[in-house]
Design a protein around this ligand. Structure first.
Ligand code: PMP
Length: 405
């Protein structure tokens, strides 16, 4: 394995703690990742020694806070290889990024009879914002189906396009099945119909290198807290020509150029979409998380997590009665499963008592659960700080619980 996990674990104080007297095994990384010391320290240090509201401030602290905030925008741009910082909109997270886009895209471009394509494996965050706008503007959602391995059916996808198709909104990596979708291919098919694409990158950005120019994606959303950064910060990437053409989202400070009661003009990108005081402490902490990830290396992270997930898959499939959901060829570090007739909630609760944190339930993907014909799963999701020993502990704990039933 290519990375020094022992050294990395020392950067995450929480991994040393015990729960119910047992060493913590944290396998809920798809919900949120733990934070390295440098990210937490950056938050404290900025509050202690820099804090001031950003932009327009003449005083020293305000200028320093603004520099840090804008340096984070540049670090984020570089991390996903956007062309310019005008294409990096700071939001509260993936959910807000998608709501922002759904709101402004629908307002300006979607009407009765139009169609937006999503997939059956979407997180509710990439379904409900579109449904809310659909109720308002009268467009419809069309759904890309999957096969039993949890892979999108590309032939069916191609058939969904009509002259009324206005947007494709699809996840990069499924938070339930772990499927890594062939987004380059999905995008080029959509572009052949002159349809733009939003990719939900919440589960891809923390685990693999992402290059938005290489993907040629039009919009891309992700959350800082799933990539070792703080809660409350996210990003909407959009191609500049798209963002320029779309109307503002919320109104308030920052997003205006000039306000009078007769007429208000709006600020230029990226500020047009950033009403109000941004979470500038959080954006600086995101820059620290990015720096941390780059220090380990995204290729090394992807390789390590791939090996760990392959190891875990093998160990879990060895357990009698264990059923894995999501067996796609291209798979990220997420394993969803059920064991015999044990209810997922009971399994998750008992694992917790043994110190192992997993997630149970529908994982905010109820349409996918309906497609799979189940109510929920147990989900173990891995990070580069997890180890094969922890995977062994999970497998042993599941066996113990299975014997109890
Ligand atoms: N999309 C996917 C694929 C996710 O896994 C999640 C988080 N579980 C979200 C969107 C929503 O992210 P957030 O809650 O950070 O806005």
């Amino acid at each position: 394995m290519t990375i020094d996990v022992k050294a990395i674990r020392n950067d995450f104080p929480i991994l040393e703690r015990k729960v119910y007297g047992k060493p913590l095994v944290y396998f809920d990384n798809a919900a949120t990742t733990q934070k390295p010391r440098c990210v937490v320290d950056a938050i404290a240090e900025e509050y202690y020694s820099v804090n001031a509201n950003v932009h327009r401030g003449v005083h020293f602290l305000s200028q320093q806070a603004t520099s840090l905030h804008e340096a984070s925008r540049e670090a984020t741009r570089k991390f996903i290889n956007a062309r310019t910082t005008n294409e990096i909109i700071f939001t509260r997270g993936t959910t807000e990024s998608i709501n922002l886009l759904a709101s402004v895209f629908a307002q300006s471009r979607l009407r009765q009879g139009d169609e937006v394509i999503v997939s059956v494996m979407e997180h509710h965050s990439n379904i409900v914002p579109w449904q809310l706008q659909a109720q308002r503007y009268g467009f419809v959602l069309k759904v890309i189906p999957i096969n039993d391995q949890g892979e999108l059916l590309l032939d069916e996808y191609r058939k969904l396009f009509t002259p009324h198709t206005k947007l494709v909104a699809v996840t990069h990596v499924s938070n339930v099945l772990g499927t890594i979708n062939p987004v380059s291919e999905l995008i080029s098919i959509a572009h052949a119909h002159e349809v733009p694409v939003l990719v939900d990158g919440a589960q891809s950005v923390p685990h693999q290198p992402v290059d938005v120019q290489d993907l040629d994606v039009d919009f891309f959303a992700f959350s800082a807290h799933k990539m070792y950064g703080p809660t409350g910060v996210g990003v909407l990437y959009g191609k500049e020509r798209w963002l320029d053409a779309l109307p503002p989202y919320q109104g308030g400070g920052e997003m205006i150029s000039h306000v009078s009661f007769e007429k208000t003009t709006f600020n230029e990108l990226p500020f047009k979409f950033e009403a109000g005081t941004p979470d500038y402490i959080g954006t600086n902490a995101l820059a620290c998380a990015i720096q941390y990830l780059l220090h380990i290396g995204m290729d090394s992270i992807a390789a390590y997590e791939h090996q760990l997930t392959a190891y875990a898959t093998e160990r879990l499939l060895d357990i009698e009665g264990l059923r894995l959901f999501g067996t796609s060829q291209q798979k990220g570090s997420v394993l969803s499963f059920q064991v015999g007739n044990i209810h997922h909630f009971d399994l998750g609760t008992l694992l917790d008592r043994m110190g192992i944190a997993v997630r149970t339930g529908h994982h905010c993907a109820q349409p996918l659960m309906a497609r799979l014909g189940i109510e929920g799963t147990v989900r173990a999701s891995f990070s580069f700080y997890n180890t094969t020993d922890e995977v062994d502990a999970l497998a042993a704990a599941i066996r113990r619980i299975a014997r109890m039933f």
